[in-house]
Design a protein around this ligand. Structure first.
Ligand SMILES: Cc1cc2nc3c(=O)[nH]c(=O)nc-3n(C[C@H](O)[C@H](O)[C@H](O)COP(=O)(O)OP(=O)(O)OC[C@H]3O[C@@H](n4cnc5c(N)ncnc54)[C@H](O)[C@@H]3O)c2cc1C
Length: 423
């Protein structure tokens, strides 16, 4: 089959890889000049297979208002909120309080996380990619002694699902991350021992090159304008190049992996996919003292900031901002991220030379991505991975390839149904 994948973010590129491995002819269309240039560019770098959870939960809703009122709080919203933002929040509330939904979605996402770890291992054995990647574990630092009690509950679920983890005392945390010498209070941590890290942008670029060598065609600087469809099938994808020249690319099947841009391309085909761009920030700085830097990745629950080692760099990431597609970088957010790094890893990196970035998590209002068939026989979705697209990419790609090939998916995809928002 000739399959067109829309979008060369980490999800589109892993999808192209999975399809190529199964013998399909694949064309990837990307509006930017290369792979992994949009949301996949500057994320926190965590492959957090054990820490994937739905965003819509009653607990999150309870925390949201205090966070909004706290100047240094991790949640921000532009005022007044747009209609789109309000609609997304209302949908989120609906899912957060729907009986049983959070638990089902959390389990489904964790199973997808486990599957993704296996798929990453297979992929990294098959092709040698250089992306500052590792699997040296992830630490979730507790923000109070009480948080350690919550972590004990989480640990029970992790044990049930066979996810390797450990509850650590402050001394054990320092053993795992000896560079953590800052004044920030330490109450202990939940360690996800087999989780990993990696520069998602470098990975996307390197995997795209590996795909190209195996015959995948990448059409960069080319925008999809619309899907050309009849009542049953998508017959072609209409694209425009940077000069405005329009062309139709015929396809036996189409996979939508356009991140936050997916909804507008799907709407004309009657598919309502309420993916919202949830903005976040990152700083990437060169290391000046490796001994003071994180060995792997640390989520600091005090600031809700993640510090990750990526080769000779430290990347620190934070904030959940509801501001539609506003790309402005607010200095105060960067100051909070810097304060978090200073409280944990002072002197590790030259934060004055840090590059800054902002990107949009393609978030569904309930949390799970959309993986499966769309509103036409040969239209497929692999999109809406929100906070965890890097982590879930390899597993999601494998699953959508199984669906396209007419196999019974190796995971139950019910929580990921693209049509669930119209039900
Ligand atoms: C601050 C922050 C920190 C994060 N940290 C992590 C983390 O630690 N771990 C993790 O797992 N995830 C993390 N994420 C989430 C993760 O980055 C995303 O889920 C993931 O990058 C989404 O990948 P994608 O391929 O779906 O989207 P994108 O990377 O946005 O790719 C979509 C592509 O489609 C292209 N496109 C759009 N419209 C068109 C069109 N009309 N024609 C052609 N091409 C088009 C875009 O140009 C883009 O390249 C984080 C996100 C943010 C913002």
């Amino acid at each position: 089959m000739h399959i067109v994948v829309i979008g060369a973010g980490v999800v589109g590129v892993t999808t192209a890889w999975a399809l190529q491995q199964r013998g399909h002819q694949v064309t990837v269309i990307e509006r930017l000049e290369g792979a992994g240039q949009e949301t996949s560019k500057g994320n926190a770098g965590q492959r957090s297979y054990g820490v994937v959870y739905p965003w819509a939960s009653a607990a999150m809703v309870r925390k949201a208002l205090p966070w909004l009122l706290d100047r240094q709080g991790p949640l921000k919203m532009s005022m007044p909120p747009s209609l789109k933002t309000l609609r997304f929040l209302l949908d989120t509330l609906r899912f957060a309080y729907a009986p049983g939904v959070f638990g089902l979605n959390k389990r489904a996402m964790l199973r997808l996380g486990i599957h993704s770890r296996t798929c990453f291992q297979t992929l990294e054995e098959a092709v040698d990619l250089s992306f500052d990647g590792d699997h040296a574990g992830l630490l979730h630092l507790a923000s109070s002694p009480a948080a350690m009690t919550d972590y004990a509950d989480t640990a029970a679920l992790l044990a049930e699902l066979g996810i390797e983890h450990a509850l650590l005392t402050p001394d054990q945390v320092r053993d795992v991350e000896p560079g953590m010498r800052g004044p920030g209070p330490l109450f202990g941590a939940l360690q996800y021992t087999t989780d990993g890290t990696g520069d998602c942008h470098l990975f996307s670029r390197a995997l795209a090159e590996a795909c190209e060598k195996r015959g995948v065609t990448f059409r960069f600087n080319t925008s999809v304008r619309r899907l050309v469809a009849d009542d049953r099938r998508v017959n072609a994808v209409e694209v425009a190049d940077a000069g405005g020249a329009v062309e139709r690319i015929e396809a036996d099947a189409v996979v939508m992996s356009a991140g936050c841009a997916s909804p507008e391309l799907l709407r004309p085909l009657g598919l309502h996919l309420p993916v919202y761009p949830v903005k976040g920030y990152s700083l990437t700085a060169p290391l000046i003292d490796r001994e003071r830097a994180p060995r792997s990745t640390v989520h600091d629950d005090n600031y809700k900031v993640v510090s990750t080692r990526l080769g000779d760099r430290l990347r620190a990431t934070g904030f959940v901002e509801l501001a539609d597609f506003d790309r402005r970088i607010h200095e105060s957010r960067l100051d909070t991220i810097k304060a978090s790094v200073a409280s944990r890893f002072p002197g590790a990196a030259d934060m004055d030379r840090a590059s800054t970035w902002t990107g949009f998590r393609p978030m569904t209002p309930d949390g799970p991505p959309a993986i499966g068939r769309g509103t036409r026989d040969n239209l497929y979705l692999n999109t809406g991975h929100g906070t965890f697209g890097w982590t879930l990419s390899a597993g999601s790609a494998d699953l959508i390839a199984q669906v396209i090939d007419g196999e019974t998916p190796s995971l139950d995809l019910d929580a990921f149904r693209p049509g669930r928002f119209a039900e």
